[in-house]
Design a protein around this ligand. Structure first.
Ligand SMILES: *Cc1c(COP(=O)(O)O)cnc(C)c1O
Length: 402
């Protein structure tokens, strides 16, 4: 059996996206900025895609800017705000658990003379509006807090944090790359100034994303050139990409209530079964959690060896974040929630989707359980008699009712 359970890394292209893209990869190849027929087709399709994305997010079409992916959208939000507001202040607030697209951009800005505050998170990975309020200063120009974490699935109280930020007068950006298409997202209801998303995290193509910029908010462009995207993001438009992203998003949003309920129920089953493995712990918030995210730490095993072992039986999973695999440091997210290094090394992230069948879920549970048991037998860290070399860490599992 083959089970793809790494949907937070990327999702397969949906049928809807593929079919919507085909004409623009073949016959309607025109440059959306030209004036003849084949170009007008492209420009109409691009506008349609913009309208569809706006509708899916509760935005206006003129607030939607297509980018080359989630990373570019995050870079633009941070660097564009920093530059546009540099005379007002140089202080930026973000969190210790952001994706590297935000974190490394913030570090870069730190070297350019901006002051960065990295808010810590609690053991479930949550940031509070009170923390943000306490960190805001007269010279704060931007607060960037992710909607949902890509490793541990924790969903942050974005509406409340946006309200605190906007009452102060700073801009609020959220990296919603993991959230859009998976949980309800409405920019008007959330009250955000900027929001990043990436097509390939909800069944669209890779290399295309969106930065939503609320009307009236001005940030400096990242890319200068021919003045595409109303002068804000130059470069010949990726028409097929935008059309594919819009088709995938429209489908994801239309089917969201059923998908969210289905995936959440399957997630609960996997978590319940994997929690039976001795010396295992769910990481992230058990309640405020992305539907498909199942992230665990298992004592006395290496996450990387679990991933390789699972690959041999046809299961695609990841350890920590795909972006940091290959490095020996445990993920910054797992360290930020307070896990000791040796425990953080035993992390496994499974991210399921509506594409996974019940049979695949059964197989997943069986293979993860077997792989952990097998890896432990081979591990010098695993002591069959004492059962746990770091017993003190395994306090009763954190439970939350709200
Ligand atoms: C995947 C991801 C990104 C980067 O998006 P790309 O399209 O790969 O550039 C940014 N933030 C989060 C939370 C992500 O999961």
């Amino acid at each position: 059996m083959f089970v793809y359970s790494d949907n937070a890394a990327t999702m397969p292209l949906s049928k809807e996206a593929f079919e919507a893209m085909l004409p623009f990869l073949r016959d309607n190849f025109g440059n959306a900025s030209s004036v003849y027929g084949v170009a007008r087709e492209a420009s109409r399709a691009l506008y349609g895609a913009r309208e569809d994305v706006a509708r899916a997010l509760g935005a206006k079409p003129e607030e939607i800017y297509f980018t080359g992916g989630g990373t570019e959208a995050d870079n633009w939000a941070l660097k564009g705000t920093a530059e546009a507001r540099r005379e007002r202040g140089r202080h930026i607030i973000t969190t210790a658990i952001e994706h590297h697209a935000v974190l490394h951009t913030a570090e870069y800005l730190g070297k350019q003379g901006y002051e960065i505050t990295l808010l810590p998170v609690d053991e479930l990975g949550r940031v509070t509006p009170e923390q943000v309020r306490a960190a805001l200063r007269p010279d704060t120009i931007l607060v960037s807090v992710m909607t949902a974490n890509n490793e541990i699935g924790t969903i942050e109280p974005i509406r409340e944090i946006a309200a605190v930020t906007r009452a102060h007068g700073a801009l609020f950006h959220t990296d919603a790359v993991q959230a859009v298409g998976h949980i309800p997202m409405d920019v008007t209801d959330l009250g955000v100034d900027m929001l990043s998303l990436a097509g390939h995290k909800f069944g669209g193509p890779k290399g295309v994303g969106v930065l939503y910029i609320r009307k009236g908010v001005r940030i400096t462009p990242l890319l200068h050139g021919g003045g595409h995207e109303r002068g804000q993001r130059s470069g010949t438009e990726n028409v097929a990409g935008a059309v594919g992203l819009a088709a995938a998003l429209t489908h994801a949003v239309q089917t969201l209530p059923e998908t969210e309920a289905l995936v959440t129920a399957r997630r609960a089953r996997v978590i319940e079964q994997l929690s039976k493995i001795p010396f295992s712990r769910l990481t992230g918030d058990p309640v405020h959690r992305l539907p498909g995210n199942i992230s665990f730490v298992f004592e006395a095993v290496e996450g990387e060896s679990l991933v390789l072992g699972l690959d041999m039986v046809g299961v695609c999973a990841s350890s920590g974040s795909a972006c940091s695999s290959g490095s020996l440091d445990p993920s910054h997210v797992l360290l930020a929630i307070g896990l000791p290094h040796e425990v953080a090394h035993g992390s496994l992230r499974l991210t399921i989707s509506e594409n996974n069948t019940e049979e695949e879920i059964d197989y997943l549970i069986e293979q993860v359980t077997n792989t952990v048991t097998r890896s432990r037998r081979m591990s010098p860290l695993w002591n069959e008699e004492a059962q746990s070399p770091t017993e003190r860490f395994w306090t009763p599992e954190i439970q939350r009712e709200d």
